[in-house]
Design a protein around this ligand. Structure first.
Ligand SMILES: NC(=O)c1ccc[n+]([C@@H]2O[C@H](COP(=O)([O-])OP(=O)(O)OC[C@H]3O[C@@H](n4cnc5c(N)ncnc54)[C@H](OP(=O)(O)O)[C@@H]3O)[C@@H](O)[C@H]2O)c1
Length: 243
């Protein structure tokens, strides 16, 4: 295992939720961070939350924009690990009522964004470095009705990373698949129903609670540090896929 001390870690989606949890864990382990998102204001707040000792650079870029992703990795230069946690709320309508414009926007953000990251990150990622994407429990336990699109996109990551792990070797490529996590995105999705949903789910989960970003970040740290882990889907869901 190689620790993250002195390693340059890029976190796309680092200004909130799961990405900010990964940022906290990486800083604790001595990494130098580049945190990326669209909003400079969110990035500045996230950087401040990591404290004055943290070695953090923030760069604004939209992962759906090829020119911005190309410019981002040019600016970053050689680096050791990429954690890609950025995402937007999925469309949740039943298939007969689905709005194709919303589906296209989601695919553009989540899937094409990941493809763009792989295209440009792999040019400057150091040998032995890693890329870790994010999918989610909806691939195993899709909401019914309305879960077909998110399930298809989340599930596709497990195959995307297997092919990339072969193509980009010896760089390593993995995906972390979290269960429900208490983040601003979940707040946006569930609104006032959040507490009730969390209480009901926590009572059923083998882990007995809903995850915080700090419960999920060890999976990303593992994917970065384990030199023998590649092409893997790392499920970290408190047992949600079992119930
Ligand atoms: N929370 C859960 O329960 C859960 C469970 C399973 C999987 N996931 C997945 O985990 C990922 C992170 O979720 P989260 O709950 O941590 O969300 P979050 O708190 O809303 O954070 C999303 C992050 O992504 C950034 N982002 C969004 N669109 C972007 C774009 N086009 N380009 C660059 N950055 C962008 C946001 O910053 P800006 O808005 O400033 O760009 C923010 O930093 C998502 O893909 C989500 O589907 C979440």
């Amino acid at each position: 295992m190689a620790a993250l001390m002195g390693k340059k870690v890029v976190i796309i989606g680092g200004s909130s939720g799961i990405g900010l949890g990964v940022a906290e864990a990486a800083v604790e382990r001595g990494a130098e961070l580049v945190m990326v998102g669209r909003s400079l204001e969110r990035l500045a707040a996230a950087k401040a939350s990591l404290g004055p000792q943290a070695n953090v650079e923030t760069i604004s870029a939209d992962m759906t924009n090829e020119a911005e992703i190309a410019r981002l990795f040019e600016e970053v230069g050689p680096f050791d690990h990429l954690a890609a946690t950025a995402g937007s709320p999925p469309p949740g309508s039943p298939i007969r009522e689905i709005n194709i414009a919303e589906v296209r926007a989601f695919v553009d953000n989540k899937l094409l964004g990941a493809i763009l990251m792989a295209k440009y990150a792999s040019r400057t990622l150091k040998t032995g470095g890693s890329i870790t994407f994010t999918s989610g429990i909806n691939k195993d336990r899709p909401p019914v009705p309305g879960g077909a699109v998110v399930s298809a996109i989340a599930g596709s990551f497990s195959y995307f990373i297997r092919a990339l792990a072969l193509e980009l070797a010896p760089m390593r490529v993995n995906v972390v698949s979290p269960g429900w996590v208490d983040t601003p995105m979940f707040e946006q999705l569930a609104g006032i129903m959040k507490s009730e949903l969390f209480e009901t789910m926590a009572a059923q989960l083998p882990a007995g609670k809903i995850a915080t970003p700090a419960d999920i970040s060890p999976a990303y740290v593992y994917a970065m540090e384990s030199e023998f882990t590649t092409g893997q889907t790392i499920d970290i869901d408190g047992g949600q896929s079992l119930i």
